[in-house]
Design a binder for this molecule. Structure first.
Ligand SMILES: Nc1ncnc2c1ncn2[C@@H]1O[C@H](COP(=O)(O)OP(=O)(O)O)[C@@H](O)[C@H]1O
Ligand SMILES: [Mg+2]
Length: 253
């Protein structure tokens, strides 16, 4: 469902913590409607890249552009407007444990919109239904399974109808069935809401099932060594590191 319009452009990005280089010279484009996968081994900088994309960490060098506007060169007020269009599902789900699911989803609506209490309740109910949690509005996070918590986190992430959604290892810690459910949901949101999706994952079934585009970060050379449709990469890449990752080491080149 991706089209040719660029949504997020990463231009010559270098990421550091203090003097410690994480990744350098990253340049790639996330097209509008892409399911864009950030791949690479543990500790190579995938979560760090996500943090640069959502404005939590600033680049040592280079730019991140949203629809042509350079995020880090914008004023705080302009950044806030850009971030309103962004939904994030953190690795741990991060629901407020003292609030019901409906209250969790209502939070961003109370914070950022002028809707009435009744309207907010209605929207929260609708968002929970979208992720398969109709009837669970009044449950607390501790009363539902890990997979359901992830989906509730997703309902909260889409509360403000974002046009881009970020996921950091959404299926980490889930059983294969819950993991598949979440993948299906991500595809549904991509197709149904037309949202661009950026996802960090090393679940191969997910990568091939949902990815339309990707970047592959290498920990040793500290830069990207591949980008493009993961299925195409599997077919055409001559890089042993990429093939090893995409085949779990079962195919050599
Ligand atoms: N806040 C931080 N300060 C300093 N170093 C960090 C910080 N967060 C992560 N790192 C380091 O940066 C590297 C990349 O981390 P991360 O982006 O979490 O990797 P990944 O998500 O690919 O596993 C790791 O070596 C990690 O220890
Ligand atoms: Mg990570």
């Amino acid at each position: 469902m991706s089209d040719s319009t660029s949504h997020i452009v990463v231009d010559n990005l270098t990421m550091k913590y203090g003097d410690f280089l994480i990744q350098k010279d990253l340049s790639f484009t996330v097209r509008r409607g892409d399911v864009f996968v950030i791949m690479g081994g543990s500790g190579c900088g995938k979560s760090t890249l996500l943090k640069h994309l959502v404005g939590l960490v600033s680049p040592a060098c280079g730019r991140v552009l949203y629809d042509g506007t350079s995020f880090w060169d914008s004023s705080l007020a302009e950044r806030d407007v850009l971030l309103r269009r962004v939904g994030i599902l953190y690795q741990k789900g991060a629901l407020w444990t003292s609030m019901t699911l409906a209250e969790n989803v209502a939070m961003p609506l109370q914070q950022y919109t002028q809707y009435s209490a009744t309207q907010i309740k209605e929207i929260a109910r609708y968002k929970l239904a979208l992720v398969g949690l109709a009837g669970f509005e009044d449950y607390y996070p501790s009363e539902i399974s890990g997979g359901m918590q992830k989906r509730a986190g997703l309902a909260r992430a889409i509360a403000l109808d974002p046009d881009v959604l970020f996921f950091d290892e959404p299926s980490a810690g889930l059983d294969p069935i819950s993991s598949k459910l979440l993948d299906d949901l991500i595809i549904e949101l991509n197709r149904g809401l037309g949202a661009t999706i950026v996802v960090v994952t090393h679940e191969l079934p997910s990568i091939f099932a949902i990815g339309t585009n990707s970047v592959f970060l290498d920990a040793d050379s500290k830069t990207m060594i591949a980008s493009g449709d993961p299925k195409e990469l599997l077919r055409t890449s001559k890089d042993p590191r990429v093939i090893k990752f995409l085949t779990r080491g079962e195919r050599e080149v």
